[in-house]
Design a protein around this ligand. Structure first.
Ligand code: S3P
Length: 434
């Protein structure tokens, strides 16, 4: 499937984008490990979260749905999972693989984790290392890549782990293994990363301490089922925050968006660039802050992106690069080497697409320099990365000619229905068979 987008257009209306991917994964995992029945609403019915759901079904958890975002998880307790008959296939999902790896390290049975070509090229040494220190037994393919074979029946010991990079996936993996370890497991972060695991564990009645960047928990407790209301995903809303900012005459409201402080880098960065974004109707659902976000067209200016915002906007850089290309002047991003090991090398993939559309840019080892300019038209390679695909679709709002975005099937991993929602708000996008 590919997208064809006509140039120009304005974005207006009101929309609720699909549920948060990070929270959806975790709702299945913690729901499965809890005692009792967890009811989830607003669950993201995207391929990544569905792969996690299927993995827990394969480990004997009875899960009803999803139906219109409603999922009921009949928890089996921390020690109730059973051996899966086959390898667990996490598809494209790094979060699914890294968090489940932590859980599997503490089980009594053996299991294998695999995924698609993109996931099987991503580094897993970052979770294998701390888990091995805890006493887990994990085999990988060459270079610490999936598939992973995890040997059950290992007695885990608690560790203190200094994270070498700001990564919520590694942090969460170690904490989840810590549930199965004797004593206190703690993780020190070099900077804040998304804290959904900590918040949700507390929601399930499991004590977690966070003090000055050190997160710790005691093994051997239990989780009590609770209801979860998944907010709309700020990472999906980000495409429309940029869209309405760069398209003239736009005025858009995105409702019930999760605005967890560890996720709002995209709002902070766009506001520094001069975006007209306001938050209204603040509330809190299940320990996560949400709000409606109003965004109107604005003249953006290039900035040096503050280093402390990088982990808080890590998934939103592809579309922020589109904003930078529409800004006056130069935007500089540094300290973002993690972008090279996402679903694709996002620095390389975005630089290539920006160049195709006539935007001057310079690739850095850990970032990029983008000169504001004018998009022409062209054919864009996505490297099968959902966020690269959606970012270049948004670029068409300010292009002089038609843009074709190749290989867009992976958009369904995080944002099913992106093209129809974008069309209803004003993007002249068509999906067609490729
Ligand atoms: C995620 C953490 C981030 C993010 C990913 C989701 C999570 O990855 O990029 O999309 O749900 O924990 P890293 O932990 O690798 O930074």
């Amino acid at each position: 499937m590919q997208f064809k987008i006509l140039p120009g257009g304005a974005m207006s209306g009101e929309a609720r984008v699909p549920g948060d991917k990070s929270i959806s994964h975790r709702s299945i995992m913690l729901g499965a490990l809890a005692n009792g029945t967890t009811r989830v609403k607003g669950f993201l019915e995207g391929e990544d979260a569905l792969a996690t759901l299927a993995a827990f079904r394969a480990m004997g958890v009875h899960i009803e749905g999803p139906e219109h975002g409603n999922v009921t998880v009949h928890g089996v307790g921390l020690h109730g999972l059973t051996a899966p008959a086959d390898a667990l296939d996490l598809g494209n999902a790094g979060t699914g693989m890294r968090l489940i790896c932590g859980l599997l390290a503490g089980q009594t049975f053996d299991a294998e984790l695999t995924g698609d070509a993109s996931l099987c090229s991503r580094p897993m040494g970052r979770v294998i290392d701390p888990l091995t220190m805890m006493g887990a037994s994990i085999q990988s393919a060459q270079g610490g890549r999936p598939p992973l074979s995890i040997r059950g029946g290992q007695k885990l010991r608690s560790i203190h782990y200094e994270l070498p990079m700001a990564s919520a996936q590694v942090k969460s993996c170690v904490l989840l293994a810590g549930l199965y370890s004797e004593g206190c497991t703690s993780v020190a972060e070099p900077g804040p990363s998304r804290d959904h695991t900590e918040r949700m564990l507390r929601g399930f009645g499991y004590p977690v301490r966070s003090v000055k960047g050190v997160i710790s928990l005691q093994g051997g407790g239990s989780l009590q089922a609770c209801d979860i209301d998944v907010p709309a995903d700020i990472s999906s809303a980000a495409f429309f925050l940029v869209a309405a900012s760069i398209a003239p005459d736009s005025d858009l409201i995105l409702t019930h968006v999760g605005i967890n402080p560890t996720r709002i880098g995209v709002i902070n960065i766009l506001q520094l660039m001069g975006a007209n974004i306001t938050l209204q109707n603040h509330s809190e659902v299940g320990g996560e802050p949400v709000a409606d976000i109003r965004v109107r067209s604005a003249a953006l200016r290039g900035i040096e992106i503050p280093l402390d915002q990088v982990p808080l906007a890590i998934d939103e850089f592809p579309v922020l690069f589109v904003a930078a290309a529409c800004a006056t002047g130069r935007t500089v991003l540094r300290g973002a080497e993690e972008l090279r090991v996402k679903e694709s090398d996002r620095i390389a993939a975005m630089a290539e697409g920006l160049s195709t559309l006539g935007i001057i840019n310079e690739v850095l080892e850990d970032g990029i320099i983008i000169e504001g300019g004018t998009f022409g038209g062209g054919v864009i390679k996505t490297y099968h990365d959902h966020r690269i695909a959606m970012s270049f679709a948004i670029a068409a709002l300010r292009a002089e000619d038609e843009i074709t975005v190749l290989d867009c099937d992976h958009v369904a991993t995080s944002f099913p229905g992106f093209d129809s929602l974008a069309r209803s708000l004003g993007l002249q996008i068509q999906a067609e068979a490729s």
